[in-house]
Design a protein around this ligand. Structure first.
Ligand SMILES: Nc1nc2c(c(=O)[nH]1)N[C@H]1C(S)=C(S)[C@@H](COP(=O)(O)OP(=O)(O)OC[C@H]3O[C@@H](n4cnc5c(=O)[nH]c(N)nc54)[C@H](O)[C@@H]3O)O[C@H]1N2
Ligand SMILES: Nc1nc2c(c(=O)[nH]1)N[C@H]1C(S)=C(S)[C@@H](COP(=O)(O)OP(=O)(O)OC[C@H]3O[C@@H](n4cnc5c(=O)[nH]c(N)nc54)[C@H](O)[C@@H]3O)O[C@H]1N2
Ligand SMILES: [Mo]
Length: 694
């Protein structure tokens, strides 16, 4: 998109760009409305101990309170008693600065981010199969050329409208679209074939598809022999997944499984994509792995116009997972427990490697430990609203209330910010420069169009200010008057180490990422402008970038992709007499995430004003519920209420609700906090509930 500042303020105009071809979704069109929204935070807020209320305060007062709180907690309980929670909407520069601030500003191991709720299962599966995690290892435009495109648990018609034109183009070219979703979504309606499985059975479906491909002789034996390892164990495992068994479990007819396998196995250019429907499960990594196994057996990854990919979610969902806001990660997609990586990054940061903390814990585990014995007692949040978006949200809300210090940087008073001791107002997208990396691994510019309002600071400025004040607070034993006048104050050193200028941060990020998997060393802002974005890895300024991965080798030590045998297992919580229905969650077109922003835009509020519970008319009749009736959805963890929306497009054994709403309509009051053992991804997409008329 392009932004224009004119007399009327900032307006959003779509721009012809290779990724979206000038298309923009409704939330993009309306985003400028928040820049001057009356709810926008324009001054820091500090909670008054006497009244318990948030009051406007100066930046000095607010930052002093934050620093004093951090010092008190760390003096008493150690450095790890302070934690940081980031977001996949932050620019690369901010994600990088936040990770660095946690490790060498606060010197805590506890940092993680909302991408753990979003990208982590596909990322882990990609890492273990391909040795690298880039959402799409090929340009998005390849979708338009695919003969067969399989979408597993993805609803891009509502969640990624600019992508829909590639689907349209694909079908115009005679391609076949197959969608796997328990609901007839706007995307499924466009499909040639829609498989409607029970939530949580995608793994079994994938194993059955591979079973059929083996039986029919569609497996690419040369590719398997030349480019992969580990197929035998997978072959033995899927032998037990004959189609009738998968039908019994998932409800997908054998004929549809066979038609799908045929389209994939004989299709020419074939692309398999997963999204949150398949991934947000306590077996999300294994489920994605099952689709990767299928793709590898058919010889797709690295073949022109074919492959496996994951539809990355948030604005900077890809870049946000590369630069160190993940608990186990250093910039450039390096591992924090890798001694070579530690040396390199510590060198760029100017600290000894042994001063870097070790890995922390994944997001849900971190949130669930807040304020508990041995857990962090202070939390700094940048770019997330876990009171609405975390699973089992009432419990997490309680944990946040138990903290000694909660600091939230946001542009609006989100439900999480409303619980904070200190709220710091931040700039919005149109008010700061930076870069984002899209689902293709393509690094893009985001340009400042106007300065932030006078008493609003950018996240980078906040991090810089906090680092300087913390450094000063640490050296209080030295009276500045006694210090050698020629020596530099610790605050100045810290401020220089944490520049607020995004260009300076990006220059450092390039050096820190050099030699890592996500290598940005050769990417300059000028080159991004000149080339309409640059695909990582891009190690040198005059060398090529990498629109396509895997053409010759995978990013593993021996260059081969790895098969991993995976088997179906039940959801963490199964239905029973008390909670007889499957509950799943997701998104609607007009709302974004926890809704902090979109619930405040008039046109979006009109389009999707409140939560709803989608259920099949037959189920509704059985429960005595009419369309529009208020219903209560109850699980072992809590309940929420919303009007019923009857739809013949959902399985009669499954109910659905969007998670964008707070208060009584908060779907996450009932979701399960079981997590994937490898990725830490919560099971947002299935739990057991009871539904009644309220
Ligand atoms: N309008 C809008 N767009 C968004 C966002 C938003 O909040 N609003 N958020 C962005 C972000 S961060 C993300 S991560 C993406 C997410 O993008 P998507 O993954 O497309 O979104 P979801 O609606 O979470 O899930 C997709 C589908 O999974 C289905 N599903 C549920 N359970 C299962 C299951 O067990 N198996 C299968 N196969 N399908 C299942 C749901 O019915 C739903 O239609 O969207 C991005 N775009
Ligand atoms: N039941 C259920 N729950 C889910 C999901 C689901 O499918 N079902 N999906 C999960 C997924 S995929 C995701 S990504 C999460 C998302 O959920 P959250 O992590 O809560 O993400 P957002 O709602 O985008 O929250 C972003 C917050 O940061 C603020 N913000 C925006 N930009 C900036 C910035 O630049 N700086 C700062 N400091 N603040 C900013 C916004 O105003 C908002 O309050 O929800 C997860 N929760
Ligand atoms: Mo997400």
């Amino acid at each position: 998109m392009t932004l224009r500042a004119d007399d009327a303020g900032v307006t959003v105009h779509p721009r012809e760009f290779p990724t979206n071809r000038g298309g923009l979704c409704q939330k993009g069109w309306t985003a400028a409305e928040l820049l001057d929204h009356p709810d926008r935070l324009t001054t820091p807020l500090v909670r008054d101990a006497a009244t318990g209320e948030l009051h406007p305060a100066s930046w000095d007062t607010a930052l002093d309170r934050v620093v004093a709180g951090i010092r008190a907690v760390q003096d008493d309980a150690g450095r790890d008693a302070v934690a940081v929670f980031g977001g996949g909407g932050l620019t690369n520069e901010k994600a990088y600065a936040l990770g660095k601030f946690a490790r060498i500003g606060l010197r805590t191991r506890h940092i993680d981010y909302n991408g753990r709720f979003c990208m982590s299962s596909a990322a882990a599966a990609g890492m273990r199969a391909f040795g690298i995690d880039r959402g799409l290892p090929f340009p998005l435009a390849d979708l338009g050329r695919a003969d067969t495109l399989l979408l597993v648990g993805a609803n891009p018609a509502e969640t990624m409208p600019p992508l829909v034109r590639w689907l349209t183009e694909q079908r115009r070219n005679g391609g076949k679209l197959i969608v796997i979703d328990p609901r007839v979504t706007a995307t499924a309606r466009q499909a040639d074939l829609h498989l409607q499985p029970l939530p949580g059975t995608d793994l079994a479906v994938a194993n059955a598809l591979l079973h059929i491909a083996l039986t029919e002789g569609w497996v690419d034996r040369d590719y398997v022999a030349d480019r992969t390892t580990g197929f035998d164990a997978v072959r033995r495992g899927v032998a037990a997944w004959w189609p009738a068994r998968a039908e019994q479990l998932s409800g997908v007819p054998v004929a549809d499984l066979e038609a799908t396998a045929r389209a994939l196995g004989t299709g020419g250019r074939v692309i398999i994509l997963t999204a949150r429907g398949a991934e947000q499960h306590a077996k999300g990594v294994d489920t994605v792995t099952a689709y990767v196994n299928l793709a590898l057996a058919l010889g797709l990854p690295g073949r022109d116009g074919s492959g496996y990919g994951c539809l990355t979610g948030q604005g900077n969902g890809q870049g946000g997972r590369e630069h160190g806001q993940k608990a186990d990660q250093l910039p450039g997609y390096r591992r924090i427990d890798d001694p070579v990586a530690r040396e390199h990054v510590a060198g760029v940061w100017g600290v000894p490697a042994d001063e870097l903390p070790g890995p922390g814990v994944p997001a849900y585990q971190l949130l669930d430990s807040l304020g508990t014995p041995g857990g962090p007692r202070a939390l700094l949040v940048f770019g997330s609203n876990p009171v609405v978006s975390a699973p089992r949200a009432a419990r997490i809300e309680g944990r946040l209330r138990d903290l000694d210090l909660l600091v939230v940087a946001d542009l609006l008073l989100s439900e999480t910010a409303a619980l904070a001791d200190v709220v710091l107002p931040t700039a919005q997208w149109a008010e700061e420069d930076g870069t984002m990396t899209n689902l293709e691994g393509r690094v893009l510019r985001r340009r400042a169009l106007r300065p932030p309002p006078p008493s609003v600071r950018t996240d980078l400025a906040i991090i810089s200010d906090l680092a300087a004040r913390l450094a000063d607070a640490e050296s209080t034993d030295v009276d500045p008057a006694d210090a050698n006048p020629a020596s530099v104050r610790p605050a100045a050193v810290a401020a220089a180490r944490f520049p607020a200028d995004p260009a300076a941060v990006f220059a450092e990020l390039r050096r820190a990422s050099a030699g890592g998997a996500a290598d940005y060393a050769g990417i300059s802002w000028d080159r991004i402008d000149a080339d309409d974005g640059v695909y990582w890895p891009c190690p040198t300024e005059d060398g090529p970038d990498t629109p396509r991965l895997f053409a010759d080798r995978f990013a593993t030590a021996d260059g081969r992709a790895r098969f991993h045998p995976v088997d179906h297992r039940p959801a963490a919580e199964e239905v029973c007499a008390t909670y007889p229905l499957h509950f799943t969650t997701g998104r609607v077109l007009a709302q974004y995430q926890s809704g902090t922003q979109t619930r405040r835009v008039a046109a979006l509020r009109r389009a999707a004003p409140e939560a709803f519970v989608e259920l099949h008319p037959d189920l509704a009749t059985r429960l005595g519920i009419d369309d529009g009736d208020p219903v209560r959805v109850t699980s072992r963890r809590g309940e929420f209420r919303a009007p019923a929306r009857l739809s013949a497009g959902i399985r009669p054994d499954t109910v659905f609700a969007p998670f964008h709403y707070a208060g009584a309509g908060r779907a996450n009051s009932v979701t399960n906090d079981a997590v994937d053992p490898i990725s830490g991804m919560p099971e947002f997409k299935i739990c057991a509930v009871r539904v009644e008329k309220a």
